[in-house]
Each structure stands twice: as C-alpha cells, then as structure tokens.
Design a binder for this molecule. Structure first.
Ligand code: PHE
Length: 370
C-alpha cells in the first residue's frame, strides 16, 4: 500500500518519532523500487513537490494543525524528518537500492582497453581461398584424423608393403606400436589422401570433395621443408570421369587462384594410388614464364618458367577395390584425385622465400599480411 500522510492526534515525542520513522521507512522503500528515469521523476515529485508533495502535506497536517504547546517540539521533528527525506530522495537512482550515486561513478576519461585487430595467417588465407574455389564448383569439405593408421595412410592407397614411403626416413610413427599388426599401427599422416578412403567408406558415389588438413613428414626444417605442413586433397568419383575432367577442373582452379593468364601443363609422374599420374605445372607468375627477371635468372622457377604445384591422377582401380562394398565398383566408376601443398602455394603467392617464417610466429612478419 502506498504511503499516505496520517493525521496526528498524539503529539507526544514518542508518537512523533513513530510517525517520522514510518515516513522515512516508506520513502526508502519507494526509492529502492525506482526502475526508470520516469519512475525516478514521479518518485521525486510525489515526495518533494511544493504543491501537495508529501513533505508539504506533512507541513500542513503535522505542523500547522499542531496544538500551540506542541508546535515547538513538532517543528523540530518535522525539520529533522524533512532533512532525512530530502537526503533519501536525492540519493535515489534508477535500479535504486538506496546506495549513493557516488559509489557507481565511472571515470570515462580513463583510456579503454585496446584490442588490436588480427589478420588471417597467409597459410590459412591461401587454404580458405583454395577451398572456396572448389566449393564454387560444387565440392564439399571433408576432414580426417592427423594421427592415422598404416591402413588408411598406405595400405588402402595401394602402397606395397615395402614401399620406401613407409620407412621411418619419411614417416613419423607413434612409438610402442610394434606388437600391433602393421595395418593398425599409428603414425602421423604423411598426406591427406587417407581421407579419400575414409570418405568413400561413408559416402556412396558420386562424390566431389576437398580435404584440407595438416600433415607431417620426417624432414629437417629448412627454407622449403617443414616437418608439419598443410595439404588440400581433391577427389571426384562418378560414372565416366575422365582425365579431361581432371585437366579442365585444375586449369580452372589455377586460373582462379593465380590469374587468368596462367597456363597449366601436366607431366607424367607416379603415385601408387593414381594411374595414370601427373604433376601439374603452372607458368611462373613471378617471371611470367620467361625464366628471367630483368638481367637475372628467376629463382622460384629455377629459370624454367614453370612451377610445380601439385600431384594428381586418375584413381587407381586397386584403390576402389578397398571400398567396392560401398558402390565403388572399379568397372563402373572412375574418378580423379589431386593433392597440393598449401604452404608452398602461399610461399609462391606472397613471394616469401622461407617456409619457416610461416611457423615462427614473428609478429613483424605476420603484420605485413594485416
Ligand atoms: N598424396 C600425394 C602427396 O602427398 C599427392 C597426390 C594426391 C597425388 C592425390 C595424386 C593424387 O604427394
């Protein structure tokens, strides 16, 4: 119930004190309920307005109508009460709990927290660019584990048991796996190709996927090698996929990534899981294919005018044999695959001459890409 000023009949000190403290209590209670600027204004007017505010009413009802002999005592009490009410009303604020405003002051002249705007790492930027080129062609993105079994990394990709890639020279094996059969032994995947098999086990043809990921090889770090690097794999399987589809797709991708004047060129190569296999070369975008930079020879393409950018080929029927149960009958389907090194493409794209710079985390290097 909202507080109303009672008429006083008893002007004894005890009765005045009781009436005053009831009034102060009501005022503090209302102050605590203030929830908006509008409510604050209404609250102030209710208590302080000269015309019919509660303090004015108290003046009229308690003081003016007091019997003569009680006037002095009542005057002192009412003045005291006015001071307390004024104090409470002035301290009131939105969301009020009766605390003083001063405690909640904020020094807006203090400098704020500066949050520097980050930049995408050049390797990740290249990664996203390549993925989006293929997404626009209708490819979806698949991923797989970095710690892989020998089966997916080698066996199902048609690597013969004693292939040199299985040697510890190139592959980082997880320790203590000798008691397991070879196909179950764990290793750090040396390429993203195992995800070809993993995806074909889960999805029936036709498929078109790109597989970005981290891979590891036992290479000592130098300007062009890093034990950890990034690859993007591609796989398309359907009826009647031909080498012409592979050439057209990769030619389009290279022109989108490096500019429409880039030419592509395929040279025969070998991978156990593709047949035939090829390496894709693009005209050097540093020297434009001339092999020369002014009077000097062009370093990135070793004066040849061509730069190797990826490995590719038609999926070997022996690979389909491992996923035949899921609709990949090598007599019915065909496909192509490719795999490219993201870091190498980033080096070429941004004219960086040392792959180590990508992984050292030196802000002065990375800031140049901001
Ligand atoms: N996995 C191969 C490598 O890492 C690249 C590749 C992928 C080649 C797909 C052919 C087809 O070198």
């Amino acid at each position: 119930m909202a507080y109303t000023v009672p008429k006083l009949t008893d002007y004894s000190p005890g009765a005045l004190e009781e009436a005053a403290s009831e009034c102060v209590g009501a005022c503090a209670g209302e102050a605590a309920e203030v929830r908006s600027e509008a409510e604050l204004k209404a609250f102030r007017d209710r208590w302080m307005a000269r015309k019919n505010g509660i303090l004015t009413q108290i003046n009229d009802l308690w003081l003016k109508s007091a019997p003569k002999d009680a006037k002095r005592e009542a005057g002192i009490r009412v003045n005291e009460l006015k001071a307390r009410i004024t104090e409470t009303v002035e301290a009131a604020h939105v969301g009020g709990d009766g605390n003083s405003l001063a405690a909640e002051q904020v020094d807006i002249s203090l400098p704020g927290v500066r949050r520097p705007i980050g930049a995408e790492h050049p390797v990740m930027r290249t990664w996203h660019e390549i993925v989006s080129v293929f997404q626009k062609l209708g490819y979806s993105v698949a991923e797989g584990p970095v710690v892989e079994t020998d089966y997916y990394n080698f066996e199902a990709l048609n690597f013969p048991p004693n292939h040199p890639a299985r040697d510890t020279q190139d592959t980082l094996f997880i320790a203590g796996q000798q008691s397991k059969p070879q196909r179950e032994r764990l290793l750090l995947r040396t390429h993203t190709s195992p995800v070809q098999i993993r995806t074909m086990e889960k999805m029936r043809p036709p498929i078109r996927i790109v597989i970005p990921g981290t891979v590891h090889r036992n290479d000592p770090p130098d300007a062009s090698h890093s034990p950890m690097f990034h690859q993007i794999e591609g796989l398309a399987v359907d009826n009647n996929i031909t080498f012409g589809d592979l050439k057209g797709t990769l030619d389009h991708a290279m022109k989108t990534l490096f500019g429409s004047s880039v030419k592509t060129h395929f040279r025969p190569s070998f991978f156990p899981f593709t047949e035939p296999s090829a390496e894709l070369y693009v005209t050097c975008f540093i020297c434009g294919g001339s092999g020369k930079r002014g009077a000097d020879s062009c370093r990135p393409c070793k004066q040849t005018g061509w730069i190797e950018v990826l490995g590719c080929g038609m999926v070997d029927p022996n690979v389909f044999e491992f996923v035949k149960h899921n609709g990949y009958d090598p007599k019915k389907v065909s496909g192509f695959a490719f795999g490219m090194g993201v870091d190498r493409l980033a080096l070429l794209k941004y004219g960086v001459d040392d792959i180590q710079l990508f992984f050292q985390g030196d802000v002065r290097f990375l800031q140049q890409f901001g």
